[in-house]
Design a binder for this molecule. Sequence first.
Ligand SMILES: NC(=O)c1ccc[n+]([C@@H]2O[C@H](COP(=O)([O-])OP(=O)(O)OC[C@H]3O[C@@H](n4cnc5c(N)ncnc54)[C@H](OP(=O)(O)O)[C@@H]3O)[C@@H](O)[C@H]2O)c1
Length: 332
Amino acid sequence: MKALVTGGGGFLGGAIVRMLVPRGDTVRTFSRGAYPWLAALGVEQVRGELDDAAALQRAARGCEIVFHTAAKPGIWGPYAEYHRVNVTGTERVLEACRSEGVRKLVFTGSPSVTFDGRDQCGVDESAPYPSRWLAHYPHTKALAEQRVFAANGPDLATVSLRPHLIWGPRDNHLVPRIVARAKAGSLRIVETPGTKVDSVYIDNAAEAHLLAAERLEPGAACAGQAYFISNGEALPMSELINAILAAAGLPPVSRRVSPGMAYAAGAICEAWYGLRGKKEEPPMTRFLARQLSTSHWFNIARAQRDLGYVPRVRIAEGLQLLRAWLAEAGDA
Ligand SMILES: NC(=O)c1ccc[n+]([C@@H]2O[C@H](COP(=O)([O-])OP(=O)(O)OC[C@H]3O[C@@H](n4cnc5c(N)ncnc54)[C@H](OP(=O)(O)O)[C@@H]3O)[C@@H](O)[C@H]2O)c1
């Protein structure tokens, strides 16, 4: 298989690349940066911005499949920038697929596209998009996903995977943030008793993308569909955070902030950072406060049925692998 992985130097994209290369697949990546470790794996890198149509066409040339993982994540920044990267970028990727005759596109979506600020307990893919968006990230990921579904057809088969809270070795988002805040003494638990969150170990999330790639073809059950992807082991957020801290050799965090306080702090942070035009992410936003204090766990039966997805690395094993990696990287 000749594959293009957008965001192939990133956390998830990199894990997909690391699974494709040993299978003998020819892999090309697309991102702004240059990644020596990709070069060492023999991966060809095309560098560019996601809204650069010509660069994306070059990147997609000769490929049978595109894994589109590149996106602007996070919870802070102007809507125009989120739209440019996540929506226009996805449109450009789809155009490149069409112009270069790519037959399959596996898009990395997000479960947050169904989050309306309330508990999500065992919801499946019939959950609608909310009528009001709490942040630009889920909004633009939903707009992108809609483009991906609309593009599905006889010449190009598309699918959207929605992994929830990916973690594991090489994590550049969740794990380093938790560890840095714990070390700075600023980490607090924001949790409503009884709530649980799903998460997914990095290799399971990457494998789901490969499984979708194998099953995807025009008219296949998964074509034009969305799939929640998780480990199927929902935990209280505090348990997950403390397990990650333990893997990093750090003591558990016990200091708590009530969801109401966190929401109010989020509103103040947003106003303050907005007024001062700050580019860095605030420590709290209203969206984050809602995410932290509500349940998010999903029914993955559809992914199991249509993709043959099985979360093979259980959380306990994943934590051991994370611990070993953090120790080797000098973080624990
Ligand atoms: N991590 C999670 O928990 C999670 C959960 C749900 C969904 N997702 C989705 O999973 C995907 C991958 O996320 P990740 O956690 O692997 O994030 P990541 O490590 O930040 O990877 C994203 C990659 O996209 C590339 N990229 C970003 N903006 C770009 C632009 N304007 N032009 C070209 N390339 C660009 C970046 O490479 P350069 O900086 O070199 O350009 C980066 O390597 C995203 O679509 C995200 O929405 C992630």
